[in-house]
Ligand binder design. Structure first.
Ligand SMILES: Cc1cc2nc3c(=O)[nH]c(=O)nc-3n(C[C@H](O)[C@H](O)[C@H](O)COP(=O)(O)OP(=O)(O)OC[C@H]3O[C@@H](n4cnc5c(N)ncnc54)[C@H](O)[C@@H]3O)c2cc1C
Length: 402
């Protein structure tokens, strides 16, 4: 894809080169222009005022340090502060959930229960088919299904209308996003929906208003909306769980031949783990079975599978749960491996590969070493309280990457 084709494309190419082009094109706009324009949603054909990097960042086809370094090379840190904060907001949500994994398991259970009850409910069926009384909501739904992306402001309006005007369970809205967004992420998505509902920052919710939609869509939408504009925030009985410590990962032996497994959660692992272990074989793992069970949209699966294939190069990619044990054994034995290394997947569906891999490797008496990306390792422990406390510490914490 050429630079011009990228600029005008509605879609995301599953290649790292496309992410690097997107970053290069966006960098000049990451300063004051981003601050002024980032809240406007002019529709899918005019998006160059935001980076559109999220689908690639989701799987680390491009990493947070790479983005921040490129932006800081072109702007004074104060001028790019807002953009850098947004990139780190994502890390904050991921760290927050890592320290409170029960919020994710509660969400998964809530989706299961809500689906059983709401599957045929006319309000839910109308919403997921874009046939509600809110014209803006219907437009966003179609855009989500067609492109796998929504502007941040559209996500906020959509979630707010879903929860307060349509009175549907927030967990089902989060599930719809997670299944269709190319950047769908367990932490960012779940916690953003909770934030809109008023569950994340207790008593503070986000209310979509017709005049705000009209203003920030440049008059494209907002007319004919009958939104509930003074709802109460949602509440829940349970107290917010206290943060736990990050799962300790233990020391990895460095002797002998190491095999690297790359997962869909960190496709940059082939760039940072080899610094320490120099693997002699590389393979990929994609939990297709979990994606299918969750009802993920085909374009999301295809996008991530293609990026993983690219990251793994000549290596094989395992996506069949039933054939996993035999494939791993053949790979370990065929390459005479002494240990296997992998980037630790964060809280979310991606973790479902750990248990089977650990069992298979234990049977083969092969050490299975997992390491956390240095960025996560440095930033996650600071996500104990609110974002503002985290943000204050950022300049110092991210200094080593600049
Ligand atoms: C209800 C709801 C659900 C969301 N679900 C997801 C999700 O599943 N995955 C996801 O990556 N983002 C999610 N977001 C956050 C945000 O909407 C997207 O990250 C952003 O729109 C991506 O577009 P961009 O890359 O052009 O962002 P830019 O504005 O260019 O920002 C650069 C990067 O910063 C990060 N970022 C930007 N805004 C936010 C934000 N509000 N919160 C956290 N990180 C941010 C993203 O990694 C993004 O790529 C959600 C927001 C809401 C309100």
């Amino acid at each position: 894809m050429t630079e011009t084709e990228h600029e005008h494309s509605l879609y995301w190419q599953p290649r790292r080169a496309a992410a690097l082009i997107a970053l290069r094109q966006f960098v000049p706009r990451a300063g004051g222009a981003y601050v002024r324009e980032r809240n406007f949603d002019y529709g899918p054909r005019k998006r160059d005022h935001v980076s559109r990097l999220s689908p690639w960042v989701r799987v680390r086809a491009i990493s947070e340090p790479e983005i921040i370094r490129a932006v800081c090379a072109a702007h004074a840190p104060t001028s790019a502060e807002k953009f850098i904060q947004e990139v780190c907001w994502r890390t904050y949500w991921k760290g927050w959930l890592e320290l409170r994994p029960s919020v994710w398991t509660d969400y998964v259970q809530a989706v299961r229960a809500a689906k059983a009850y709401w599957a045929d409910h006319p309000g839910y069926v109308a919403a997921i088919n874009g046939r509600t009384d809110s014209p803006a909501f219907n437009v966003f739904l179609r855009e989500l299904l067609e492109t796998g992306y929504l502007h941040n402001h559209a996500r906020m309006w959509f979630a707010s209308i879903w929860i307060f005007t349509l009175r549907l369970p927030w967990s089902l809205g989060a599930d719809l996003f997670l299944r269709h967004l190319l950047d769908g992420d367990a932490a960012v998505n779940t916690l953003s929906w909770r934030w809109v509902a008023g569950l994340q920052t207790r008593g503070k919710h986000y209310v979509a208003r017709a005049d705000n939609i009209a203003k920030y869509t440049g008059g494209r939408l907002g007319e004919g909306e009958a939104l509930l504009e003074s709802p109460q925030p949602m509440t829940e009985e349970a107290a917010m769980p206290a943060p736990v410590s990050l799962t300790p990962l233990g020391d990895c032996p460095v002797a002998g031949k190491a095999g690297l497994i790359i997962s869909e959660d960190d496709m940059s692992a082939g760039r940072w783990l080899p610094e320490r272990h120099q693997p002699t074989a590389v393979a990929g793992i994609f939990p297709l079975w979990a994606y299918q069970e969750a009802g993920a949209a085909a374009p999301v699966i295809a996008f991530r599978q293609a990026l993983l294939k690219e990251a793994v190069g000549d290596g094989e990619v395992w996506d069949n749960r039933a054939a996993l044990a035999a494939a791993v054994r053949d790979w370990v034995e065929g390459n005479a491996l002494d240990c296997v290394i992998m980037a630790e997947p964060p809280v979310g569906f991606g973790q479902c590969v750990i248990e089977p891999l650990a069992d298979i490797l234990r049977d083969l008496s092969i050490p299975f070493c997992r390491e956390r990306h240095p960025w996560d390792d440095a930033l996650f422990p600071h996500a104990t309280h609110g974002f503002f406390r985290f943000r204050k510490r950022l300049p110092k914490i991210i200094q080593p990457w600049l």
